[in-house]
Design a protein around this ligand. Sequence first.
Ligand code: 5GP
Ligand code: ZN
Length: 114
Amino acid sequence: MADCLFCKIVGGQIPASITFRDEHVLAFKDVNPKAPFHELVIPLRHIADLSAAGGSDAELLGRLLLAGAARAREAGHGAKGFRVVMNTGADAGQTVFHAHLHVLAGRSLGWPPG
Ligand code: 5GP
Ligand code: ZN
């Protein structure tokens, strides 16, 4: 999508610290990290948010989760733990409307979230 920040990161028009890419998903460091480890995993194909995903996206959503878990493990957070989050919609605090999985680790994470 022409006007989407994360589509521009996928297309290379906006730089990012990319940590993983395959033919389906891209992972990169969050520019404003909320934990010592904070990466975003996004589908290459534009989907606005989790609510806009359908049955045909099931495999892609699974790939996001697996890529996020792999990044957390590779960064050394597999044993102590990590959290994955998909903020969906305004009340959940979503600010970028290209679906993305937050992967957070490296500190004790509070629950419930704010
Ligand atoms: P949301 O609030 O939509 O769940 O998460 C959006 C995330 O994208 C935020 O954590 C924010 O820090 C991150 N972000 C926003 N703009 C950029 C950017 O240009 N580059 C990177 N790497 N992250 C961004
Ligand atoms: Zn997009």
